[in-house]
Design a protein around this ligand. Structure first.
Ligand code: PTJ
Length: 256
């Protein structure tokens, strides 16, 4: 850790995750642009109140149910996700029987391998998408995210793409896949194009998804199917309304 953060610091949790991102930068897990993405996430989480709301829990449950119903579910892992929640990504993959695939916007020498190491250290037995394994391409995308593993994202029916850029989300939707995401920004193209968007911080959303998956796993198929029903436009509208009402309330309380 670059600095020692006292546990009494009022922003201890937030600073701890910021440190994880910085450490990830030094170990090549996180790309430089990942620092900006994380900062955007930090500010949106601040506006949200840094806690999960009912719409986040409900979306996390719908996303977990969709993964459980999938025939070939895949969890796509980028640098920020690996730096923040590697253990939870592995636990979710185990809970829903999904494959983990490294998929990067900024594919640079050594990054995929660094992320693979982090996932394996967290307990992953198999990591797709590393090096020559990402030999297939998905249509419509020009950048490096188009490279996918023919055993993973290429043939997946349901893909979780947390902290994602919009291009690939659209391309995956156009390929007929069910796309799930976690994004604190309800206005991002990924949030808007996905079938289920969990508007929450990934550090809280993933534990909720794991819990929901463990609760639903042994339920009757019709219970899981009912849980997977989700109107994403309504979910995003609830999140946006929450942001706006919370900020309005805070403004009013300043005025007395
Ligand atoms: O590791 P790579 O090369 O694949 O690159 C990863 C980043 C994140 C840099 C890349 O995918 C990127 O540039 O993504 P964007 O377009 O910045 O989108 C990231 C989205 O995630 C934004 O809408 C952020 O607000 C959101 N976000 C950032 N941190 C969190 C978050 N959402 C939930 N939890 C977070 N902790």
């Amino acid at each position: 850790m670059s600095i020692e953060i006292p546990t009494s610091h009022p922003r201890y949790q937030s600073l701890l995750f910021r440190e994880k991102i910085i450490e990830g930068l030094y170990s090549k897990v996180v790309t430089e642009a990942g620092l900006f993405a994380h900062g955007r996430g930090e500010s949106l989480d601040y506006f949200l109140g840094e806690k999960s709301e009912d719409f986040s829990f409900a979306a996390a449950r719908a996303a977990a149910a969709s993964l459980l119903l999938a025939e070939r579910p895949v969890i796509s892992v980028n640098g920020n996700a690996a730096a923040l929640v590697s253990e939870e990504l592995v636990a979710l993959a185990q809970a829903v029987n999904a494959k983990l695939e490294v998929n990067l916007f900024y594919r640079a020498h050594g990054r995929e391998e660094a992320i693979e190491r982090v996932l394996r250290a967290a307990g992953a037995l198999e990591v797709l998408g590393v090096g020559a394994a990402a030999s297939a391409t998905i249509p419509e995308i020009q950048h490096e995210r188009r490279r996918v593993d023919p055993r993973g994202i290429l043939v997946a029916d349901v893909v979780l793409v947390p902290l994602e850029d919009g291009d690939r989300t659209e391309a995956l939707v156009n390929m007929g896949k069910t796309v799930l995401t976690i994004d604190l920004n309800p206005l991002s193209r990924t949030a808007q194009k996905s079938h289920v968007t969990v508007v929450d911080n990934i550090v809280r959303a993933l534990p909720h998804m794991i819990q929901a998956a463990n609760e639903l796993r042994n339920q009757a198929p019709e219970v899981i199917k009912a849980a997977a029903q989700w109107n994403n436009a309504h979910g995003l509208a609830r999140a946006l309304r929450f942001y706006s009402e919370r900020l309005n309330f805070l403004a009013q309380s300043l005025e007395g």
